[in-house]
Design a protein. Structure first.
Length: 74
């Protein structure tokens, strides 16, 4: 069983959110969770654009982790 929420932004945009967590029944909680997810998405986009995160050509997992750590510090 899932629950469907319709979120309407102040500018009229509509976003549909489906969740299987039936304990969370308030639209306010779903809106806050959606805002947090959007902030995480923005952070990842900025990291990719500003630090060269995608340009890693390493094959070993340890080297990839080091590259990511350097990008986060930059």
């Amino acid at each position: 069983m899932v629950r469907l929420f319709k979120l309407v932004a102040t500018n009229g945009d509509i976003e549909w959110v489906i969740t299987n967590d039936l304990k969370q029944g308030s639209v306010h909680f779903i809106q806050k969770a959606s805002e947090v997810r959007w902030q995480i998405e923005q952070m990842h986009r900025e990291l990719k654009q500003l630090t060269g995160l995608e340009q890693c050509q390493c094959r070993k997992a340890r080297s990839q982790r080091n590259h990511l750590a350097c990008c986060y510090q930059a």
